[in-house]
Design a protein around this ligand. Structure first.
Ligand code: MN
Length: 342
């Protein structure tokens, strides 16, 4: 279980505030396939920075609008890369982004955007974060970036408005699957309770993140589940662009699927392979193996129980990958009660 003992460095939090306050405009690009934590945490910061008179806006880095997150207060002001004109900005603030290369097209169209010539404030909770900012607030024991932001705002003395609380609680619920993951500590729960005290409503968050879904999601899941396969103790399935097109589904609609497969009897790791024209993007989960280590062998990263990587090549590369993950999954399994703090 995760130690509740992490504490942000107040000095670093003040450094972050200084850099952000000196900015004329802060752009906050999100990681690709943005999830609740990845958008909620920058949105909460935007609300808090506005209290200080600082202009900031989140940008969906890969240009794919996450409609499932439209319930977040302030969503209507979020910019979408490729759809909206990029504003002039003099500071970047990345939240929940372990790696600058995970910024989608915002990065791939011009990697120099994040080469450091524009100062970057880096706020994150991924153990694999490579501390690329002028200020780095990386708390790998936090279950979500939203918890880190909650503590930062306390150091700043920001007013915890209902909108901010709703964003931050949504981020915590997103990354902890509603306070259910192993990463959920007593501290996570206390922070969630504080946010509810500040006016956040868990009900609409649970509905939006875990219950309401378009019909296209069921179509996609039906295809994915029909195609479930095993390689040793690895349970996996694959989705192709054709599956998404046939169902009229967006990539984000498959996100919950890997969680559904996780914990299947006889498995150590669950994976979804998303085919693209170069190979596959892989999302992995486990209840008892360290998938961050497995993903790292393939140039990816993430958390011990949730990680991802990209594989490039043809079917033989895919077969090799699946077999290797199966071997690593069996070897990387920890005895019960011996889980790493994450
Ligand atoms: Mn996160």
């Amino acid at each position: 279980m995760s130690g509740p003992g992490w504490k942000i460095d107040p000095e670093a939090a003040r450094d972050a505030l200084r850099v952000l306050r000196e900015a004329r405009f802060v752009l906050m690009p999100t990681h690709q396939n943005v999830d609740a934590d990845g958008l909620s945490s920058p949105l909460a910061l935007v609300h808090a920075l506005r209290q200080l008179g600082v202009d900031a806006v989140p940008l969906i880095g890969d240009g794919v609008v996450p409609q499932n997150l439209s319930f977040l207060p302030g969503f209507e002001n979020v910019l979408v890369y490729g759809r909206d004109e990029l504003p002039e900005y003099d500071v970047l603030c990345l939240v929940d982004c372990a790696d600058r290369k995970r910024l989608g097209a915002f990065y791939t169209d011009d990697p120099d955007r994040v080469n450091g010539s524009v100062p970057i404030v880096n706020i994150d909770h991924h153990v694999t974060n490579d501390r690329f900012g002028v200020v780095n607030i990386v708390e790998s024991h936090a279950a979500s970036a939203s918890e880190v932001v909650t503590d930062m705002l306390a150091v700043w003395g920001s007013e915890l408005t209902r909108d901010i609380a709703q964003c931050l609680l949504a981020g915590i619920y997103g990354d902890t699957l509603g306070l259910r993951t192993e990463s959920t500590s007593s501290r996570t729960m206390r922070t969630a309770a504080d946010l509810v005290d500040a006016g956040a409503h868990p009900g609409p968050i649970v509905d939006a993140l875990f219950r309401l879904k378009p019909r296209s999601s069921v179509c996609l899941w039906e295809r994915a589940l029909r195609n479930v396969q095993w390689t040793g103790s690895l349970i996996w399935t694959e989705l192709t662009p054709d599956d998404f097109t046939a169902c009229g589904a967006s990539p984000v609609e498959a996100e919950g699927l890997v969680n559904f497969l996780t914990g299947t009897e006889g498995s150590h790791v669950a994976a979804i392979l998303y085919a693209n024209d170069r190979g596959w993007r892989v999302s992995m989960r486990s209840v008892d193996a360290n998938v961050a280590e497995i993903a790292a062998e393939f140039g990816g990263g993430g958390h011990p129980r949730a990680a991802g990587c990209t594989i490039v090549g043809d079917d033989s590369v895919k077969r090799h990958f699946l077999e290797r993950v199966s071997v690593l999954a069996s070897g990387a399994t920890e005895a019960p009660g011996d889980a790493p703090t994450s």
